[in-house]
Ligand binder design. Structure first.
Ligand SMILES: NC(=O)c1ccc[n+]([C@@H]2O[C@H](COP(=O)([O-])OP(=O)(O)OC[C@H]3O[C@@H](n4cnc5c(N)ncnc54)[C@H](OP(=O)(O)O)[C@@H]3O)[C@@H](O)[C@H]2O)c1
Length: 276
């Protein structure tokens, strides 16, 4: 299964999330059949990912890399510099998807709107020069995205958000859907916190699948690309196999309307919320 972005680029419906992933897990992900890899300057693993992909024997056009400019490098020149460090670390001459990681450097900087627009201007130039195939936003809520959309020449194609059953950010997802911006789920299985939930376990038993597969199939049912991170061959395969699971409409409705199930506590306009 695939999604077609608003600029025509086709991306897989499930990608491999590399945050805190080992080189071994990255290699296993390649072997398991993942062809979209989500990294970021902040993860400090672009070099490792680049090496794994180069050694995989795959042709560059056979896989996609997404990376993100970190919030301390917002602004026109800082973004161009960050992008060239990312290219160098990955050992590639283009990136498939490049996102702004967070909309604000911190909560006290008043000039984040200007910074985001300047960052976007640099990304648009890189896009026009063929160095990036699709541009996107990460952790941008509608109030942050509007600031870009009002002035952009290239529409964002992707919006990455924390998204899982029990934490859907429905208003933000609707906003992006209405603008034909593809939503991507980070923490699609809530870093495991959703797996003990009664409804999710009930549905797993009903379909004869794992609770993780229910969560990933739920993303697909919502038209959301997911980026699960996993470390073993078995889990990597299990997560990809969720692509063939179709949940019934009534079950999707139950998942959409389940009580909140917790979240990371990371909100772009708030101090990090302490999760107990
Ligand atoms: N844009 C952002 O700000 C942002 C923030 C966070 C994450 N992300 C992206 O989203 C990706 C995924 O998010 P995440 O790593 O926070 O959370 P996640 O994918 O929801 O959860 C990962 C956790 O679930 C476990 N797991 C994976 N498959 C499993 C399975 N089949 N059965 C049981 N447990 C399983 C993993 O364990 P093992 O690894 O031990 O197998 C790991 O502990 C990241 O890697 C990153 O690429 C982006």
């Amino acid at each position: 299964m695939q999604f077609t972005l608003n600029n025509g680029l086709v991306i897989p419906a499930v990608g491999f999330g590399t945050y805190k992933a080992s080189g071994e897990a990255m290699s296993l992900a390649v072997d398991a059949g993942y062809r979209y890899f989500d990294t970021a300057e902040f993860y400090g693993n672009e070099g490792m990912l680049g090496e794994v992909l180069r050694k995989s024997g795959l042709r560059r056009e056979d896989y996609m890399i997404a990376s993100k400019v970190w919030k301390e490098h917002l602004g026109y020149s800082a973004t161009l510099e960050a992008f060239s460090r990312t290219l160098e670390a990955l050992g590639t001459n283009y990136i498939d998807v490049y996102l702004i990681h967070w909309p604000r450097p911190d909560l006290v900087r008043e000039d984040w709107r200007e910074l985001d627009r300047e960052t976007w201007r640099a990304m648009e130039e890189l896009y026009s020069a063929g160095k990036i195939r699709a541009l996107g936003l990460s952790n941008f809520l509608p109030n942050h995205a509007e600031n870009i959309i009002e002035v952009c020449r290239v529409m964002p194609a992707i919006a990455q958000l924390e998204f899982h059953a029990g934490h859907m950010q429905a208003c933000a997802v609707r906003y992006y859907r209405e603008r034909k911006i593809q939503v991507q789920a980070w923490s699609p299985i809530g870093r495991g916190r959703v797996l003990g939930d009664e409804l999710i376990r009930e549905l797993a038993a009903k379909y004869g699948v794992s609770p993780v597969q229910v969560c990933l199939a739920f993303c697909l049912a919502e038209g959301v690309m997911s980026l699960p991170k996993a470390s073993s061959r078995e889990r990597l395969r299990e997560n990809l196999e969720a692509l063939s699971l179709r949940l019934e409409g009534e079950d999707v409705m139950c998942l959409e309307n389940m009580p909140p199930l917790g979240w990371s506590g990371e909100h772009p306009d708030r101090e990090r919320v302490k999760i107990v």
